[in-house]
Write a protein that binds this ligand. Structure first.
Ligand SMILES: Cc1ncc(C[n+]2csc(CCOP(=O)(O)OP(=O)(O)O)c2C)c(N)n1
Ligand SMILES: [Mg+2]
Length: 631
């Protein structure tokens, strides 16, 4: 009897899936009448139908006893060609890959896990999408709603909804304890994942016992569609007049460009001219204005640049656009010691009013900038002639270029651990990113020195070349992101620049990348340690501790152990690295290049540190300065 029922269920399920596929989507099938408005479906199938209606067609899974029913729905719908399921080997990797897919291509994805440890892994991984504002669905198995006794793998406490509480701390979450609440749950998720200004992960918790519950005569029109609208330009006339007056009176304008300014590149260029300002860009929006632009001072902050930090130190007015002042970017609130006025454009009230002395423009970057530009012109602003401020900033930018060139002129240094001369990270990263630009490859950066050196080095002429996960700086993000190259409907070539520490966090990509058709290359910069932290320890306390080991690892053999991965030795010179990149590119799949790199005190081995940071032994001085500035 039970077997029969399951068969009937799967027959009607596959008929539905085929009808949707034949019509070209749920809405068309409903319009054509090939899909009835009211259907008998399990909650799991209704969830998948709801996600399909929102164009979520990629499901990254590590299934378990907590998600077999949804797995079965995915099997049937995949057979009909409606979606793609990718079983992977780690939930953190799944979360990163889904984030990368959305970030690079705009395509949506869902992470599906079991209850317990799998869900916790995925939740941890979602810190990246939460920090960088990327919309990703997370579907986790959850404890049963009838509470018959402890479920295996639930949090071992006699309390309700512990996973819901955990997830709700990190983002928006909903537990489908009552299947009929599905429409509301999916609308909340849609608003989070499609949020026009600050999207993030949405956690849909699926109790083990409600997943297979039958929804009789469920009305498919209850499944929500349609993304929430954008905020538009900041309202009001007074704030624009005040901002324009402050800008006209200022002598030294710095414009901090954050992730929220992603779509405002053209407005920014005009604005910079009108206010005689210079830009300091967040690594998140590398290329929002071209690297070569004379008013681009590049990155600033505690891992900034000579020019970016000069502009921050000397400015008397700060225009902050779509930025949330993470410690590294504003030197833990000491980044703008001379600023007398802040004009802050942001869609988030808290970010918009972060500093004192602020004129807050609560709105979308591009249309708000347009209105501010009009207001400035009404105040008589014209394209500025060469000013003293601009000249001084140009000189600093020149110094930064010379500083960089000196490093590129010395690509190899003797390294104690390797016992020979090896490439430096700056030289290897410069070569790899120039190569990526020439080959239209998308570059991902993993955490650590690799990431900091990376955003100091890249010379992006447009957005979309570099993706550096600076929000959470999650080790293993870049290598996992390569999975997105195999998932995207328009495939692209990815280059993941990763440290030995970061790669070791998520080596599953070697297997999953082959399984799901990734096309890209891991450039593994091996300094035999977690160099960024050793460096901090040495700078703060004079000695490194517990940030390296003595274990030699043959990464080329490790990669070659997986059939389908091509692995190369990047060698000890820029020529050998370039040759390895070409060889990797010729391989139609995933590859890995192992590059031994220098770690040590020689300043030519790194890109320098320029600002202040409220960590370790620097805390007292940084905090004292912050309060002295009082911004
Ligand atoms: C998952 C995770 N754990 C810990 C950290 C803290 N952390 C930041 S950088 C870093 C070391 C990175 O080492 P590696 O990837 O080898 O890069 P390197 O600094 O040596 O270039 C650590 C431990 C982190 N960012 N992410
Ligand atoms: Mg390392």
């Amino acid at each position: 009897m039970r077997v029969l029922q399951t068969h009937n269920l799967s027959d009607s399920r596959s008929e539905r899936a085929r009808a949707i596929a034949a019509a070209g989507g749920i809405d068309r099938a409903l319009d054509a009448g090939s899909l009835p408005r009211r259907v008998d479906v399990t909650l799991s199938e209704a969830v998948v139908l709801g996600l399909l209606r929102q164009s979520v067609r990629t499901f990254l899974c590590v299934l378990g006893h907590g998600s077999t029913e949804i797995g079965e729905v995915l099997r049937v719908y995949e057979q009909a060609g409606l979606l793609r399921t990718c079983g992977v080997r780690h939930e953190v990797e799944a979360a990163h890959a889904a984030t990368a897919l959305r970030w690079v291509t705009g395509e949506k994805a869902a992470v599906v896990t079991s209850i317990g440890p799998g869900a916790l892994h995925a939740l941890a991984g979602s810190l990246a999408s939460a920090s960088d504002g990327i919309g990703v669905w997370h579907l986790y198995g959850d404890e049963t709603s009838q509470d018959e006794g402890p479920n295996m793998q639930q949090i071992p406490k006699h309390e309700q909804q512990l996973y819901l509480r955990l997830c709700s701390v990190l983002g928006d979450a909903y537990c489908l304890h009552t299947p009929e609440a599905l429409g509301t749950a999916l609308r909340r998720g849609l608003n989070t994942v499609e949020h026009p200004h600050r999207a993030g992960p949405f956690y849909l918790l699926l109790p083990l016992n409600t997943q297979p519950r039958m929804l009789r005569q469920f009305n498919l029109e209850e499944l929500p569609a349609g993304a929430p609208p954008r905020l538009g330009a900041a309202a009001g006339g007074d704030v624009y007049r005040q901002a324009a007056a402050a800008l006209r009176a200022a002598q030294r304008v710095v414009v901090k460009v954050g992730g929220g300014a992603r779509g405002a590149g053209n407005e920014l260029l005009e604005f910079l001219e009108l206010v005689d300002g210079v830009a300091v860009t967040s690594p998140l929006v590398s290329g929002v204005i071209p690297y070569e632009h004379p008013r681009n001072m590049t990155v600033g902050g505690s891992k900034g640049s000579i020019s970016g930090n000069y502009a921050m130190e000397e400015a008397d007015l700060l225009v902050a656009i779509g930025t949330r002042f993470v410690c590294q970017s504003d030197c833990s609130r000491t980044g703008y010691p001379r600023v007398q006025h802040v004009v802050n454009i942001n869609t988030d009230l808290y970010a918009a009013t972060h500093y004192g002395k602020t004129i807050a423009l609560l709105g979308d970057a591009a249309p708000t900038l347009q209105r501010l530009i009009e207001e400035l012109k009404r105040h008589g602003a014209t394209t500025s002639a060469a000013s003293e401020w601009f000249g001084l900033c140009r000189e600093q930018r020149q110094s930064w270029e010379e500083f960089k060139a000196a490093r590129y002129r010395t690509p190899c240094l003797y390294d104690e651990v390797w016992g020979e001369k090896v490439l430096t990270q700056p030289a290897a990263i410069k070569t790899a990113t120039d190569w990526a630009r020439a080959h239209d490859a998308v570059t991902f950066f993993d955490a650590g020195d690799v990431q900091a050196n990376g955003f100091q080095i890249v010379e992006d002429d447009r957005l979309g070349r570099t993706f550096t996960e600076t929000g959470a700086s999650y080790m293993g993000f870049a290598v996992s992101a390569l999975l997105a190259t195999g998932l995207a409907s328009q495939p692209f070539y990815g280059l993941a620049l990763s440290g030995d520490g970061s790669f070791s966090m998520n080596p599953q990509i070697l297997i999953d990348g082959v399984a799901h058709g990734a096309r890209g290359c891991i450039v593994l910069l091996d300094n035999r340690r977690m160099g960024a932290i050793s460096g901090l320890q040495e700078a703060q306390y004079g000695a490194a501790h517990a940030t390296n080991d003595r274990v030699a690892v043959d990464y080329v053999a490790w990669a070659r152990a997986v059939k389908g991965v091509a692995a190369f030795d990047g060698g000890r010179s820029l020529e050998s690295l370039t040759a390895a990149l070409e060889a990797a590119y010729a391989h139609h799949g995933l590859s890995l290049i192992h590059v031994p790199v220098y770690y040590g005190p020689d300043p030519l081995g790194g890109m320098g540190v320029f600002g202040r940071w409220n960590v370790g032994s620097w805390v007292d001085a940084t905090q004292a300065l912050r309060h002295e500035i009082g911004l």
